[in-house]
Design a protein around this ligand. Structure first.
Ligand code: ADP
Length: 394
């Protein structure tokens, strides 16, 4: 059997680049997965094979590797592991596609300029997403690169769901709700279409509960509303993000407490959420293991906010057929799922406590009017599939 080429998926954040290598053949098997963490302060690369065994590891304690350098290291290590198998294309996670990019797009220098023009809408994420794109354009300009957007899935939302009650010129100027985590919702809805087609056609609230957290309302697999808005700060309480706030809080912090914009940004993105309320950790496992009352209070607030927002999305949908859990907490934390569904009893959902300990599939009772499900997400695979399709159609 001849070996096919590979697709490389890159998901670059502020201090890390996660990557995954897939076989470009029909089965799209995962070959390797890894990341470089602590970029800029003491980079650490680790690569694992499909079984989870570490196959490469390196630290650069004295070297402040930047995103360009980190991308070059990933390409070098990837090539060594691939032992001659060609890389056919790169797929990138790009957080913001604005209103224009409603589907993945093949990147050239003109597209890079357009994506750079969206940096003001996502200043903490977009520049990092684009850094590996530029590095690869320089190092291997002949290789196709595909951008896949976190916002694109939500462009099916009705205008009402995308607008703030602000003067029209601000809405026209891009101050509107975009929604995020779209690659995760895309993967989950496609997976449901394949495994539970009748359910996928219905009205669902999908809960992506990881370090970042949001809900998305889908009808027939299309996003009709989401809890995230102009930025990834809105909506639910998260690991370190506050979620929705009365905007008057921001005015108060600036005007009365004299906080700078940088300090407010740090507060809202890095010091709030589960970490801020508990004063202990942003990590749900740590909070679940803690006997401190503040840990319990943080979890209670996390659950309360989700239950309230599920009610809001149920109203936007005009009813709910199913509630779907995904991402780190959604997939793994049976206690959080049970507490959320207890708060959603009024909707007609009844949890089956034994099924709640499964890894994937239905977790509600047979007789539950509204069903509940776990569907593991895989944003990297979604990007790989889009990249493969783009190659096939070019
Ligand atoms: P990210 O948004 O960074 O991709 P993840 O989807 O990996 O985050 O989710 C991370 C969260 O999932 C953390 O709060 C972590 O504690 C939580 N988590 C992972 N496994 C478990 C588990 N077995 N029980 C409870 N929480 C878990």
């Amino acid at each position: 059997m001849t070996e096919t080429g590979c697709i490389v998926v890159l998901n670059a954040g502020s201090s890390s680049i996660k990557f995954a290598l897939y076989d470009a053949g029909a089965d799209g098997a995962l070959l390797y997965r890894g990341q470089i963490e602590r970029i800029g302060v003491g980079p650490h690369l680790e690569v694992r094979d499909a079984a989870g065994k570490t196959v490469a590891e390196r630290k650069w304690p004295d070297r402040a590797l930047d995103h360009h350098g980190a991308t070059a290291e990933i390409m070098a290590h990837g090539q060594a592991l691939l032992a001659g198998r060609p890389v056919l294309a790169f797929g990138h996670r790009v957080v913001h596609g604005g209103t224009k990019f409603v589907a993945p797009v093949r990147i050239d220098r003109a597209i890079v300029s357009e994506l750079e023009s969206l940096v003001p809408l996502a200043p903490l994420h977009q520049p990092h997403n684009l850094a590996p794109v530029a590095a690869i354009l320089d190092a291997a300009p002949h290789l196709p690169q595909i951008a896949c957007f976190d916002t694109a899935f939500h462009r099916t939302q009705p205008m009402l769901a995308q607008e703030f009650a602000l003067p029209r010129e601000l809405t026209a100027g891009g101050v509107r709700r975009y929604g995020f985590h779209g690659l995760s919702y895309d993967f989950v809805t496609k997976r449901l279409r394949a495994t539970q087609p009748a359910l996928a056609e219905g009205k669902l609230v999908i809960a992506h509960l990881g370090n970042g957290a949001s809900l998305c309302a889908t009808n027939d697999g299309r996003s009709i509303a989401s809890t995230m808005g102009f930025t990834a700060l809105d909506g639910l309480m998260m690991g370190t993000r506050a979620g929705a706030l009365d905007p008057g809080v921001l005015l108060y912090l600036a005007q009365q407490r004299g906080m700078s914009f940088a300090a407010i940004e740090d507060l809202l993105y890095r010091r709030s959420g589960l970490l801020g309320v508990s004063g202990i950790s942003s990590d749900m496992r740590t909070l679940r293991a803690s006997s401190e009352p503040a840990a319990r209070e943080a979890i209670d607030l996390f659950v309360y906010r989700i239950v309230r927002e599920i009610g809001s999305l149920a109203a936007a949908l005009g009813g709910v057929d199913g509630i779907v859990f995904t991402a780190g907490i959604g997939e793994n934390d049976a206690a959080t799922r049970a507490e959320i569904l207890e708060g959603c009893r009024w909707l007609g959902v009844a949890l089956d406590p034994a099924l709640n300990h499964t890894c994937e599939g239905r977790i509600s009772t047979d007789g539950s009017t509204v069903s509940a499900w776990i569907v593991p997400t895989d944003e990297e695979r979604m990007i790989a599939q889009y990249t493969s399709s783009a190659l096939a159609s070019s």
